[in-house]
Design a protein around this ligand. Structure first.
Ligand SMILES: Nc1ncnc2c1ncn2[C@@H]1O[C@H](COP(=O)(O)OP(=O)(O)OP(=O)(O)O)[C@@H](O)[C@H]1O
Ligand SMILES: [Mg+2]
Length: 261
């Protein structure tokens, strides 16, 4: 049996008194494309940020290749809070693309893409530039290598952000609503790039999206978040055509996608 790359075990997360994730179990398998859908505020971003170690877990564990994300084994085999080095190592398997790009404005497009390979992985500059250019080519922006983010459209900025995440060769790539900050006419070019990457196959993807048709097209599995729980998950056509919970039925009725082949 294939082992999952990522495993959430009974994971809860609170901000003060507000519990936003409530005992979630979840796995991501190699190469799998999983879409997360659900109403605003249901915990999707928080769920992803925990895996990226951008938020600390309140209860439960997340493991990546069997290694605990937030703890490591101490001298006597007991679990101790993870060192920065441990966090960096475990996190290196995961990449993330955010809604609002987060490019460095004072760096060129190519410098944005090569920054992490050089400073985090210690890659030499020439090698990083070669890899960076290959990734820019993949997202169709090689000719923009020497320009600055301010000179790009929103769709181009997001494609640079995708190249920047890809260059680290993560095994799992998280996309958190990658098109929701874009003007409608720019959405298509970004979805096209994500679809190309999905079709290459090897990298697992966790796609948080309100683009329901797109999620259904590329996902192997869809998980429906609601009030900090995963209420239902399954194959896209199953979930869409036969939602079990009234909440999912209601959620889907807001999209015009109740019937797909
Ligand atoms: N840093 C924080 N401090 C306090 N509360 C937070 C913080 N981050 C998120 N929350 C709260 O946690 C809940 C879940 O938020 P989250 O951003 O995970 O939802 P979401 O499903 O991604 O929503 P959306 O679809 O709008 O992006 C919300 O009630 C939100 O206000
Ligand atoms: Mg969100």
């Amino acid at each position: 049996m294939t082992e999952p790359i990522v495993r959430y075990n009974n994971v809860s997360k609170s901000f003060g008194d507000l519990e936003v994730l409530k005992g979630i179990d979840f796995e991501i398998y190699p190469g799998e494309k999983v879409a997360l859908i659900g109403p605003s505020g249901s915990g999707k971003t928080t769920f992803a940020r925990l895996l990226m170690t951008l938020e600390e877990i309140t209860k439960g564990t997340i493991t990546v290749h069997g290694e605990n994300l937030w703890h490591e084994k101490g001298k006597d085999g007991e679990l101790v809070p993870a060192s920065e080095e441990h966090l960096r190592k475990v996190r290196s398997h995961i990449g993330m693309v955010f809604q609002h790009f987060h490019l460095f404005p004072h760096m060129t497009v190519l410098e944005n893409v090569t920054e992490a390979p050089i400073t985090v992985n210690g890659m030499d500059k020439a090698e990083a530039e070669k890899e960076g250019k290959a990734m820019l080519d993949k997202v169709g922006l090689l000719e923009k290598a020497d320009t600055y983010p301010a000179q790009l459209s929103g769709g181009q900025k997001q494609r640079v952000a995708i190249a920047r995440a890809l260059v680290m060769k993560p095994e799992v790539m998280i996309f958190d609503e990658p098109t929701s900050a874009l003007d409608p006419e720019l959405v298509g070019e970004v979805l096209e790039v994500i679809k190309d990457i999905a079709e290459e196959g090897n990298m697992a993807m966790l796609l948080i999206t309100h683009e329901m048709d797109f999620a259904m097209e590329i996902a192997d599995r869809v998980a429906f978040f609601e009030e900090g729980h995963i209420r239902e998950q399954g194959a896209p056509e199953e979930l869409l055509n036969n939602p079990e919970t009234p909440r999912l039925k209601e959620f889907l009725s807001r999209f015009n996608a109740t019937n797909i082949e």
